[in-house]
Design a protein around this ligand. Structure first.
Ligand SMILES: Nc1ncnc2c1ncn2[C@@H]1O[C@H](COP(=O)(O)OP(=O)(O)O)[C@@H](O)[C@H]1O
Ligand SMILES: [Mg+2]
Length: 424
């Protein structure tokens, strides 16, 4: 099988790594990929939203499956684009069509979906220009802190947790009346604050049946002890110790089944990954959000634990017979530590030469923001490299991943040495 992965981060490196282990893989392409993905396949210089370019490449290279990593091409309709073209519709795309992608592309849509299908989530109401006054009055009736969420995609910056009523009113006004997040905040979801521990559960579905993939916990803040600015993610672990069988079975019964059933009832076709962001509130799971793709850096911890052939599973998704595919998961623990550029998530420099990758022997090195320049591997993004270790115990995995993160060098390199240690 010839597969084209769309994307260029650590997540796509992990997909490339996993797919390349399958005996069924013939040719693997990654568009655009990074300095590390070339080990597993061939990079193709195409933008993730260049649908015409991707289509021409897929036809010219006899691509049998397109796996979409990031949300942007899904929300922009890459799957629909393939289905709508007579010459392309035989090529399966893994990732939902535009309508299903609204689960991530519109927080208002996803809240309505959850309410309609009885899926546990924080109480909320949505407001726009037409009822902004009502929204401001509503805030006065709510407990603090209160959560304001821009409806649309806002690069992970569109959620504000307001500690005071004054702040909440200012921000609601700024989001709706002054377009603080552009069109993404034309509609704002005002949501009850949930107190608990976050984790993510991943699901693969063909629209009928599903497989519950390993759970993971990511670490969003830049500083050790979960302090400082939010980032794209500084590390992850899988499985999550407190997400035991009893908890996951609550998630399956109350959230996963009604989500897959809800999509069917609403006649929304869905073939791909569902990333369910959860809050564990005293042992009860509530949905914080849906994403319509895998997480980054969670993928780097989740995929190495899947023992089954990923091509077989994805083919099950494409053909609508996922229920007939075998699926097993390793009981080992995976820990991923992200190496980031100095200054990230603020301003940072790129083009730093990366050395000593070859000295990492016990971990998998997934490239994220890397490029090749004059024969050297250099940094080209804020999150540069993800180091993943798989070990029998969480403690061993944490120690190994942290040690191996220290072995790689580039000027300004930073990583958190405490990923997962809160869960020991
Ligand atoms: N209702 C809530 N209660 C408490 N924290 C929340 C709530 N909703 C969101 N958050 C926090 O804000 C973060 C971002 O919110 P999320 O809905 O995941 O939006 P996005 O990932 O699109 O920015 C979450 O990871 C969580 O830490
Ligand atoms: Mg989120």
């Amino acid at each position: 099988m010839n597969i084209l992965i769309i994307g260029s981060g650590g997540r796509e490196s992990a997909f490339a790594y996993k797919l390349s282990q399958s005996k069924r893989l013939q040719n693997l392409f990654i568009a655009p990929g990074n300095a590390g993905t070339g080990v597993y396949g061939q990079n193709v210089a195409l933008k993730v939203t260049d649908f015409d370019g991707i289509a021409s490449f897929a036809l010219a290279n006899d691509i049998n499956m397109v796996l979409v990593g990031p949300e942007e091409p899904l929300v922009k309709g890459i799957h629909d684009y393939f289905l709508n073209r007579e010459d392309l519709k035989h090529i399966p795309v893994i990732g939902p069509q535009q309508e299903g992608a609204q689960l991530e592309g519109s927080k208002d849509f996803s809240k309505q979906f959850m309410d309609r299908h009885g899926i546990p989530t924080a109480a909320s109401r949505s407001f726009d220009k037409s009822n902004l006054e009502e929204g401001l009055a509503y805030l006065e009736t709510q407990k603090l802190p209160i959560v304001l969420k821009a409806d649309g995609l806002a690069a992970g910056k569109g959620v504000l947790i307001c500690e005071t009523l004054e702040d909440a009113k200012l921000e609601l006004n700024a989001m709706i009346a002054d377009s603080k997040f552009g069109a993404a905040s034309d509609v704002v979801v005002v949501e009850e604050f949930l107190k608990g521990i976050e984790l993510s559960v991943f699901v693969l579905t063909d629209g009928h049946s599903y497989k519950v993939l390993p759970s993971a916990k990511d670490y969003k803040r830049i500083g050790e002890g979960d302090t400082g600015l939010n980032t794209g993610g500084m590390g992850s672990i899988s499985p999550v110790p407190f997400a035991d069988e009893a908890f996951i079975s609550k998630v399956e019964e109350r959230i996963i089944k009604p989500t897959v059933e809800g999509l069917k009832k609403d006649h929304i076709p869905y073939k791909g990954f569902i990333f369910i962001g959860l809050m564990n509130v005293e042992g009860e799971p509530l949905v914080i959000e849906y994403n319509v793709r895998m997480g980054d850096p969670e993928t780097e911890s989740v995929l190495p634990r899947i023992e089954s052939d990923l091509i077989d599973l994805l083919e099950g998704v494409a053909q609508g017979n996922l229920d007939t595919r075998s699926y097993t998961v390793s009981s080992k623990t995976a820990v991923t530590v992200m190496l980031v550029a100095g200054g990230y998530p603020g301003n940072y420099e790129s083009g730093k030469v990366i050395s000593n990758i070859e000295n990492v022997k016990e971990s998998i090195v997934f490239h994220a923001g890397t490029a090749t320049q004059d024969g050297h591997v250099v940094s080209s993004g804020g999150r540069v490299i993800a180091v993943t270790t798989l070990q029998d115990t969480l403690f061993d995995a944490l120690q190994q991943a942290t040690a191996d993160a220290g072995r790689i060098y580039f000027e300004g390199k930073y990583f958190r040495r405490d990923i997962g240690f809160d869960l020991i």
